[in-house]
Each structure stands twice: as C-alpha cells, then as structure tokens.
Design a protein around this ligand. Structure first.
Ligand SMILES: [Zn+2]
Length: 497
C-alpha cells in the first residue's frame, strides 16, 4: 500500500524549523520526502496533513507495562518503598491482567506521541512463556513497537540490600526471610521457549532480557543472562545505581562500584542498557562509553522517588549513548514522553550553573527519538523521518494553543507540548490514532476491564499489602539512613536556609 502525506510541515530538529513537505510512504516505510505537490504514484492514497506538524514518533527507553494496573498506588515512596510494595501492587495477576496492564500503557504512550517502548515487564515470581506472549500481544494489538524484557532476579529485595534484613524487627525479618525466588534457570528457560514460539513480527515486537537490579542477581545468573543475550543477539537491560542505597550496596558487596563489577564480569557491551544511572562516577561513565553501552535516562522517576539528579551532560561528554524514558506509572506517573523531555531539560538546568552545559532542546528531542531508538536496538529503523526508515510519525495540531503562535517548533515541543497537541499517530504506515481516536483499541472496554481488574486485585492482594505496610517504616528508615551516608559523588540537591 502506498500513501502520500500532503500539506504538512516537517520538523527539522537541528534547524529548529518546520518547512512544508510531502512524504511518500510505501508499506511500513518512508520512501521519499519532497516539496509540496511532489509527484506520487497513481495508486498512492492521499493523506491530508494540512495544519499538521510532522515529527518522528517518540521512543520510550524505559517503562514497565505490568505497572499500569498499579498506577499511582504510592505517594511519598522512595525506590526502596516501591520495591517493598512490589508483591502487593503486582501480585496475583492473571494472564488477562498481564495483557490488560500492558495495553493500558500502550494506549497512553500512543496517545502521547510515543511509537516504541522498551518494556521491562514483571511476573511474580518469574517470567512465563504465556506472560511474555500476553505482553507482546498487547503491543501488537495496539499497533505499537516494543522490546519486551522480563525483569528477573534470584535474590529477593529484602536480602539484596546489605543490612536491610538486620534492620527489620525480628518477626518481620522472619517473614522476609521466608520468601524465596525460584532458580534463575527457570526464568531463562521460559524466556527461551517464549522466544522460540514468538508469534509477532520481530520488526514490531521483540524480546530482550532484564536481570532487574545487579545485586538482586547472583553472579552466575548475570553471566548466564549475558551469554543468552549474546547468543540470541538481544538487549540486556538492568537498573543501575538508581538509588544511593544501591550505590552503597555495590561498594559493600563487591568492593567497587556496581558498574566496575559488571565490567569485571564482562557484561558491558553495546547490547547493555543501564536504566537511571544516577549514582555513576566518571570512571563508571567511561566504562559504559568504552563498552558502547547505553543509558536510559528517566529524570521524572528519579525525581519522584527522590533518587537524585542523573548527570546527563556528563554521560554525553563521556560518550555514553543516551535515550530518554518515562519509567513506570508507579513512579512517574503518566507515560508522557513530552513530559519526560521537559523534565530532562529542567533537571539539566538546575544542576549546572553554566548555561552552555544545559541540555539544549534539540539535543533532548534527539535523545528521545534517535537516542532511544538506539537503546531499543532499532538503530537506523526508527527515530527519524527519513527515506528508508519506518513510517512512525506523530501529527501535531498546529491550531492547538500549544503552537499559537508557532515561533520555534523544537522549543515548543520540548518545553510546551503536554501531549494534548497530538492529533494522529502513524506507526509503520498505519494510523493507530486518527483524529484523536484510537483505531486499534476499544478504550471504553479497556476502562471497564481495568476498573474490574483493579478492584479484584486489591482484594486478593490485601494480605500482601498488610505485610508490606508492616515492613514500610523499617525499610523507609533503612533507605533514609543510607541516603545520609557519604558516597564519593553527590546527586541529591539539598537546599540550605
Ligand atoms: Zn524501571
């Protein structure tokens, strides 16, 4: 199928411009870009884009589809309190819940201009072939691109952080100690089965691996997961030095930073993505850069959980590949890539006095498109509107007040767009959002199903919630005490009066 998109204005990120241009799309790929009125094949359908600003689909470098049914369940949660709550906010999910939760996120992402996402999905206690297929199916049904990477661990949260068990009252410690996880081999073999049977077009929905947090994983598991990622040529994504407690844990457990330790295991390579990377020092950044590894920068989540300000400029200076992500709706809370870009900009400005070192809006838009595309391993396939790339295009309404008047499209997209200007979204040549209506998902049914699921899950997870709440104060105080310890770099902003 051929389509000619006429009458729109094509965003030029580098020049901060939006000049009139026509686009020829053949199947799922952009074939040609030319001046208004350019010749098109006779059998090409015309798509009127008058009054629209055409920008590449945003790419979310880090999110969690399973958390969408747990949207905004916590308020003043640190990362440690969020992880403490995991059993009740994600427990007792049916296969249909897993599909539904992922679909909610896909709809929100598409509606807010995102066309591809790296989804670190989670199943308690370990991934299953059917669960992975359900997550993949949600993206396929929504018409979105995704990399689905199950989070896996062979050490529980309460055992993973040094000193945390000891910080718990005796009865709660016994309870925390009684929880165990299956051997990592079970999760990896479920992943291999899912990969062998994967029914989706791998141009659209792919699998990757996500040992969740380095110290939640044994050395044997990390090595095995890395071997498997290399064998199948898929991504390896982990949460690295997200909180100060985690950075300190690395030093205590390995006698070096977590990044240095992963480097010593040989798992850093171009397939490796570090989510957050807040508490990285310059040596850590150099190691990632030397390995060709990437960082998923999630500034909204880092702020929401009080983890601190990731040094994005220093990462770029070091030569690390960087993409931008929203993280989950339990910690960011909307999955709005426009907002993630805006926060990335603001965060860079409050941590650097020298305004020339602030992230410029064109840099941020590049990170959220080409940068994130590289993180997902879709490198030259998506992330830009160019001949030969997939036709993943966001149509912004130039009559929307966000663009009235249109002075600088790049600054207005990064600093002013909140998602309300998104009029239509094309993914792989298919309009999945057309005139603000989802073409692929029945949103009324989705809302009903989600309400029913949330109510049922609240009931079946009530005991797990009570347990987590009894643990909450000790876990919170542990994290706070760790935050007050010395570390050789600073990422918290603390104002004095
Ligand atoms: Zn995450």
């Amino acid at each position: 199928m051929k389509q000619i998109i006429r009458g729109g204005r094509l965003l030029d990120i580098g020049r901060h411009a939006a000049e009139p241009a026509d686009l020829l799309v053949e199947g799922d790929t952009i074939r040609e870009i030319g001046p208004p009125g350019m010749a098109a094949p006779g059998d090409a359908a015309t798509l009127d884009a008058a009054g629209r600003l055409l920008m590449p689909g945003l790419v979310n470098a880090h999110t969690h589809g399973h958390n969408n049914l747990a949207k905004s369940l916590g308020d003043r949660w640190t990362l440690e309190l969020l992880l403490n709550a995991a059993p009740w906010i994600t427990g007792h999910r049916t296969l249909e819940d897993k599909y539904l939760s992922t679909l909610i996120g896909a709809v929100e992402l598409i509606r807010k201009g995102c066309t591809a996402a790296y989804d670190l999905s989670f199943e308690l206690p370990a991934p299953t072939e059917e669960g992975l297929e359900a997550a993949g199916r949600a993206y396929a049904d929504a018409g979105m691109r995704a990399v689905v990477a199950p989070m896996m661990a062979d050490r529980t949260f309460h055992r993973a952080l040094p000193g945390l068990l000891d910080a718990l009252p005796a009865d709660l410690r016994r309870e925390a100690e009684s929880v165990s996880l299956p051997p990592f081999e079970a999760g990896l073999s479920a992943w291999e089965r899912a990969r062998a049977a994967w029914p989706f077009d791998r141009d659209r929905v792919r699998l990757a691996l996500a040992p969740t947090i380095p110290h939640h994983c044994s050395e044997a598991f990390l090595r095995a997961a890395h071997r498997m990622a290399a064998e199948h040529e898929v991504g390896f994504h982990t949460h690295l030095a997200e909180s100060k407690a985690q950075a300190l844990a690395g030093m205590e457990l390995y006698g070096m930073t977590q990044t240095a330790w992963l480097d010593s295991l040989g798992v850093l390579d171009p397939r490796f993505t570090a989510a957050h990377a807040v508490w990285l020092d310059r040596d850590d950044m150099r190691r990632l850069a030397d390995a060709g590894a990437a960082v998923a920068h999630n500034p909204g989540s880092n702020a929401r959980l009080g983890n601190g300000l990731a040094a994005a400029r220093a990462l770029l200076d070091a030569g690390v590949r960087v993409g931008i992500g929203t993280d989950a709706c339990t910690c960011s809370d909307n999955l709005n890539m426009f907002e993630a870009m805006r926060i990335a900009s603001m965060v860079s400005r409050v941590q650097e006095l020298d305004y020339e070192r602030w992230l410029a809006t064109e840099e941020i838009l590049d990170l959220a498109t080409r940068g994130s595309a590289g993180v997902l391993g879709f490198d030259d396939e998506i992330g830009a509107i160019e001949p030969g790339r997939k036709a993943d295009i966001v149509f912004l309404d130039l009559a929307h007040v966000n663009y009235v008047p249109l002075n600088d499209p790049v600054v207005q997209i990064v600093h002013g767009e909140d998602g309300t200007g998104v009029e239509s979204v094309m993914i792989g040549g298919r309009m999945v959002l057309a005139g603000r209506r989802m073409a692929t998902v029945d949103e009324e049914k989705l809302a009903r199903d989600a309400a029913d699921a949330a109510e049922r899950l609240a009931a079946v997870n009530a005991d797990a919630r009570a347990t987590a709440e009894r643990l909450e104060s000790a876990v919170g105080r542990y994290g706070l005490a760790r935050s007050r310890e010395d570390y050789h770099i600073e990422r918290h902003a603390r104002c004095t009066t």
